[in-house]
Design a protein around this ligand. Structure first.
Ligand SMILES: O=C(O)C(=O)C[C@]1(C(=O)O)C=C[C@@H](O)C=C1
Length: 271
């Protein structure tokens, strides 16, 4: 074995023996928080979770008290969007610049503004993130799924995190929060709106289900598996969502009117 090959092998061995996962706190162990904590743990990180509710703890995750979670080097906030500002207001005085804070909200302008005002102003580095998946869509792995990252007011270096998430096979996207909210109002926002609307029809199983119908049912199932609060928050805290809903209503009216016009034309032909 040449000297360089030998040195290379030692370096690889040392990497595997001594490289340690990061210490990461997950604040909020609800449906997404538990999933996110288990995903981080499955990638070799030392993961601590904090919750005020009784939950089943995913393997590889240790539940700790609030003071301990706030002392972690990296802290992911996995709380409902509508609770975000209250949580940040409450924990902000107990955080130091040694902790990098991440939000994981499904909208981005709102948590970005809250973190800039309450954390970055105190020297606490913050990264806005949106993992575009959850326990349903990520149930069989997250490879090739998108994850959006944005450093809040350039307060944190996202480079190492981009590397980390890319190593999971995720497609990491840098994007400003306005572009994110504009695009997701017309993708995730419209999907949840249609899913909840179809759910109102109480559609069920049929032996005559087409492939398209089965796909529609899976959209209803996936969107309605999420807490109803997520649906309300997606619609309320994304500034582009009300415009999306207005266009959706107009589109429905247009298609309805088209059918009425067709009926009238057929009737006229007959007379
Ligand atoms: O997989 C799931 O359980 C999800 O509902 C994930 C889902 C979605 O598909 O809308 C929900 C919230 C997150 O913002 C990202 C993705």
């Amino acid at each position: 074995m040449g000297e360089n090959t030998w040195k290379g092998s030692v370096a690889v061995l040392a990497y595997f023996l001594y490289s340690e996962g990061m210490k990461i706190g997950v604040y909020g162990m609800g449906r997404f928080g538990s999933f996110w904590a288990s995903l981080l743990a499955s990638h070799g990180h030392e993961v601590y979770g904090y919750t005020r509710h009784a939950v089943s703890v995913p393997p590889g995750v240790s539940l700790v008290g609030e003071d301990e979670i706030l002392g972690q080097e990296n802290l992911f906030l996995c709380v409902p969007i509508s609770a975000f500002k209250d949580v940040v207001t409450n924990i902000s005085p107990r955080l130091t610049p040694a902790t990098t804070v991440f939000d994981t909200c499904s909208v981005k302008l709102y948590p970005y503004a809250v973190m800039e005002e309450l954390l970055v102003s105190r020297g606490i580095p913050c990264i806005a993130t949106h993992p575009m998946f959850g326990p349903d869509s990520g149930a069989h792995g997250v490879k090739d799924l998108p994850m959006m990252l944005s450093s809040v007011a350039s307060s944190a270096d996202i480079g190492p995190w981009e590397k980390e998430f890319s190593s999971w096979g995720l497609t990491v996207l840098h994007m400003n929060c306005d572009t994110h909210d504009k695009e997701t109002a017309w993708s995730q926002g419209v999907t949840h709106f249609v899913g909840r609307t179809l759910d109102e029809l109480h559609l069920g199983h049929t032996d005559l289900a087409t492939t398209g119908y089965r796909r529609l049912m899976s959209i209803v199932e996936q969107t309605c598996n999420d807490p109803r609060q997520l649906f309300y928050d997606l619609q309320r805290y994304n500034p582009y969502a009300s415009d999306m809903r207005r266009h959706l209503r107009q589109a429905l009216d247009k298609v309805m009117a088209e059918l009425v016009a067709q009926d009238m034309a057929v009737r006229m032909e007959k007379t």
